[in-house]
Design a protein. Structure first.
Ligand SMILES: *Cc1c(COP(=O)(O)O)cnc(C)c1O
Length: 364
């Protein structure tokens, strides 16, 4: 292993950066995996060698997040967006109500899709604050009879993150953790369902992790497609049909890489440091700004604006020349966004901060 291949500083929001070591291993094993004379994507998902890959990936994820035994871990296709429909189809039965917290773009998408399958109650919203903050827990209008409460712990586009798990009593808490899973330690036992598309902080696009407390299985609506039925998928080890085998293999390599880094606790320390130094650089300058309530600034996605949008094009062009890629903000927010997931090293964050200081010096 080892390579001198050029690797840029990649701040993509998703599909996002992967650890170079993971890509090197995938490259080295591509043609001749485990000395079998074929690639991992060229064998049956029922082959014991592949089933071992799937089992190990699940076990490594269980180890990384200390997932309790009464939770099932399944791997599905269709991205987090499919989960916006699967959650109500699996948890509302043939009717029923659910509570949703609205903190931005992804919350809203979940709310709109959820409303197609059941009665959805928006318990609070920070829309009036342009989604720059999280409504105080005391203002949430929760329904004690709700089948679940859905929220988005990290709003990938807005750059808004919950720092604590909201207390919703005995109602199962459902979380779209697509852009925050594995970035910091997590008490899985506080949740009913956790789901996450892989292409932000786990692996490549095409696979989604779902972690479900086992008492929530078996409640699906009659109309729920078999392939979307959590119980059926769990009972068949996520292999009701052909799973995205290569995508799961890559997830497995990332889980091993995370273990080698010291696990989620070690990543948490690094991620905290990365985010704090980037926000500090933004706050200590008059040229850059971040609109988010400092209490809820995301560790993973850092949106920022320049003094004037007139500088945007030049900033992006110069950044690209310096090897800093994919900094353009989402069109809904504008400005810039640096996504600094696990695979984005502290060196990359340092390079960005230096570049920003230099750009400011030249243009302020
Ligand atoms: C990216 C993202 C999604 C959408 O994921 P897809 O895999 O494209 O469906 C949903 N929720 C959050 C929080 C995300 O970051």
């Amino acid at each position: 292993m080892g390579t001198d291949t050029y690797r840029a500083h990649n701040f993509s929001a998703g599909p996002a950066a992967l650890p170079t070591e993971v890509l090197e291993q995938a490259r080295d094993e591509m043609l001749n995996w485990q000395d079998r004379g074929l690639s991992v994507m060229e064998i049956s998902h029922r082959n014991p060698a592949y089933m071992a890959v799937a089992k190990e990936a699940e076990q490594d994820l269980r180890d990384l997040l200390s997932i309790p035994d009464n939770y099932r871990v399944i791997f599905m296709s269709g991205g987090a967006t499919s989960q916006f429909a699967m959650v109500p189809l699996n948890l509302l039965g043939n009717g029923g109500r659910a509570d949703y917290v609205d903190t931005g773009h992804w919350s809203l998408k979940a709310i709109r899709e959820g409303g197609r399958f059941g009665e959805v109650n928006v318990v609070c919203s920070s829309e009036e604050q342009s989604y720059t903050t999280i409504p105080d827990r005391s203002e949430w209008k929760l329904d004690p009879e709700a089948a679940y409460v859905h929220y988005t712990p990290n709003e990938t586009i807005g750059g808004l993150e919950f720092m604590d798990i909201p207390d919703v009593g005995d109602v199962p808490l459902v979380a779209d953790m697509s852009s925050t899973i594995l970035s910091r330690s997590l008490d899985v036992s506080k949740y009913g369902v956790i789901y996450a598309g892989a292409q932000k902080n786990i692996g490549q696009a095409g696979i989604t992790v779902v972690i479900i407390r086992d008492d929530l299985l078996g409640k699906a609506a009659d109309a729920c497609p078999t392939l979307w039925n959590y119980q059926q998928v769990a009972d068949n080890d996520s292999m009701l049909n052909t799973p995205p085998t290569f995508a799961l293999y890559i997830c497995g390599l990332v889980f091993k890489w995370l273990k080698r880094q010291g696990g989620v606790e070690a990543m948490e320390k690094i991620n905290k440091r990365k985010a704090e130094k980037l926000y500090k650089a933004i706050d200590s300058s008059d040229f850059y700004s971040n609109p988010i309530d400092p209490r809820y600034r995301s560790w993973m996605n850092v949106p920022f604006r320049l003094k004037s949008d007139d500088f945007n094009a030049e900033f992006l062009q110069e950044a690209e020349k310096a090897g800093l890629l994919n900094l353009k903000g989402h069109r809904a927010v504008g400005g810039m966004r640096a996504s600094i997931y696990n695979a984005v090293s502290e060196d990359s964050v340092d390079a960005l901060i230096s570049f920003m200081a230099e750009f400011e010096r030249k243009h302020d």
